[in-house]
Write a protein that binds this ligand. Structure first.
Ligand SMILES: *Cc1c(COP(=O)(O)O)cnc(C)c1O
Length: 332
């Protein structure tokens, strides 16, 4: 296992410079007033493709050897990682294959295809799609790009931490959405290298938080996946996790869980008070703050990590209508 350092994240930043947006960090009047501490939002939902995942995906594609570039990349994600990898590959002229099961809705499939990826529909479950992706990768020499547990992905996501700490060196607390932990690990590593006393808090949904359960157990464990508004936070961390579990354990000061009602309230809050659209996973930091689950003793930064939410679901939430669990996704 190669150990990641701040230098790797700085190199990633140089590599992806000009290919990703430097997203705005803005003071939130409503959240500052509500919490009694200066709170700013890192508007990473405005990133190209609608989430921070473009940072890691772009770094991974640009880190390929000349040989690997010719063979292309492959993934099974149809969510934010799949979008990001398809976009980053298209930008660099690298072939990208996305394997998905026949359960994936047609509109999701078309969205990925529109980004220039080859679609491979196989099997009736995510597991079968994953097996097929591994087989194809082996057969054709394509490079599997993992959504979080890979050093170039973690380093790419970490560039967000460099931006934050440069713009807000006074920050005392950083609140980060947490699933597989690529984002939290990279951001915490970058920000704590500059400011060791910074508190970094990971936030997951209470329904099926694999990293939180694994940290409690002291080793990676599986949890049941449940439908949640924060669908981009679903999925496991891998029983054979190589990097993010240890990094989250060593770098996060605390992990907080939020309920579905708190997530929908946060989506509505961000819409009402900041005029911004965020998806459930992108809103969990705000949810934790508004619910009083994060202590704010000083300047606090919350990452809004993504905006890819179904438009009619978003409308129901901001209109305060109940959301049926059957309309929600579980994992990417
Ligand atoms: C992937 C994702 C996360 C979680 O990132 P990890 O690196 O898996 O912890 C959070 N928010 C959004 C919008 C995402 O797409």
């Amino acid at each position: 296992m190669t150990k990641l350092s701040r230098t790797d994240i700085e190199r990633a930043r140089e590599r992806i410079h000009g290919r990703i947006l430097r997203t705005p960090l803005r003071r939130s009047a409503s959240l500052s007033k509500q919490s009694g501490a200066p709170v700013s939002l890192k508007h990473e939902q405005l990133q190209t493709t609608g989430s921070f995942k473009l940072r890691g995906a772009t770094n991974a594609v640009l880190s390929l050897t000349t040989d690997a570039r010719q063979r292309g990349v492959i993934t099974v994600s149809t969510g934010n990682h799949g979008r990001a990898l398809a976009h980053a590959s298209a930008q660099e002229g690298v072939a990208c294959t996305v394997c998905m099961s026949s359960l994936v809705p047609q509109n999701k499939l078309e969205n990925i295809r529109a980004l220039g990826a080859q679609i491979h529909v196989i099997g009736r479950s995510q597991d079968e799609a994953e097996l097929e992706a591994k087989r194809l990768a082996k057969e054709h020499g394509m490079v599997m790009v993992h959504p979080f547990d890979q050093t170039d992905i973690i380093a790419g996501q970490g560039t967000l931490g460099l931006e934050i700490i440069e713009e807000a060196p006074e920050a005392e607390c950083l609140v980060v959405p947490l699933s597989g932990g690529g984002l939290a690990a990279g951001v915490a590593l970058a920000a704590k290298a500059a400011k060791p006393r910074l508190r970094v808090i990971g936030v997951s949904m209470a329904r099926g938080a694999a990293m939180a359960a694994s940290l409690n157990a002291g080793h990676p464990i599986e949890v049941e996946e449940l439908p949640t508004l924060a669908d981009a936070l679903g999925g496991g961390i891998g029983l054979d996790n190589r990097h993010t579990f240890a990094m989250a354990r060593d770098l996060l000061d605390e992990v907080v869980l939020v309920e579905e009602a708190e997530i929908s309230a946060a989506i509505a809050h961000v819409w009402r008070e900041e005029s911004e659209m965020v998806e459930g996973a992108g809103a969990v930091g705000v949810a934790a703050l508004v619910a009083g689950k994060v202590r704010t003793s000083g300047p606090t930064i919350i990452i809004l990590s993504g905006r890819n939410i179904d438009a009619s679901l978003h409308r129901s939430i901001i209109e305060g209508k109940p959301v049926a669990a059957s309309t929600l996704g579980a994992g990417e």
